[in-house]
Write a new protein. Structure first.
Length: 132
C-alpha cells in the first residue's frame, strides 16, 4: 500500500511538473513573437454643447445631460510633419522625422522652424537691395 501511495504521489508530481513546464514553454514562445499592433481609428463620445467632454462610451453629458455624439478620429498616416535637427549642425542640414539625440554629438535634436518664404511685394530691388 505504501508503494502504491508513493507511486501515485510521484505520478501527480510528474504530471504537475509537465503541465507547468508546458505552460512556461508556450508563454515563452508567445513572447518571442509579439502580436502586431495595428493602429485603429479613435472613437469617443462628446457633447455638442461641451466639446471638452470626451467619454469612451455612449451616454449623457455630465454637464447638461444631452445625449453624447459619436466622434471618429481617423488614424493619420504620419501624425506629425515636425522635422528635427542637431543644434550643433554636426551633420550639416541633415534632418530627422522624430525627436531624439544627435548620433554624432549626443545633443537633443531641436525642432526645425519652417523657413519663411518672402512674398513678392510688387517691386524689384537691385543688387544692394534698394529700390530705384
Amino acid at each position: 500500500m505504501k508503494k502504491i501511495k508513493s507511486i501515485a504521489i510521484a505520478v501527480i508530481i510528474m504530471a504537475g511538473g509537465t503541465t507547468i513546464s508546458y505552460a512556461q514553454s508556450t508563454t515563452k514562445t508567445n513572447t518571442k513573437s509579439p502580436a502586431k499592433t495595428e493602429q485603429k481609428d479613435s472613437v469617443y463620445y462628446t457633447c455638442s454643447m461641451h466639446p471638452e467632454v470626451k467619454m469612451a462610451s455612449a451616454g449623457k453629458c455630465p454637464k447638461c445631460s444631452m445625449t453624447l455624439e459619436k466622434k471618429i478620429v481617423k488614424k493619420a498616416e504620419k501624425t506629425s510633419s515636425t522635422i528635427f535637427e542637431c543644434p550643433m549642425k554636426c551633420e550639416g542640414d541633415k534632418t530627422y522625422d522624430k525627436a531624439g539625440k544627435c548620433p554624432k554629438c549626443g545633443k537633443e535634436l531641436t525642432e526645425k522652424k519652417p523657413v519663411k518664404q518672402e512674398k513678392p511685394h510688387g517691386h524689384s530691388h537691385d543688387e544692394d537691395g534698394h529700390h530705384h
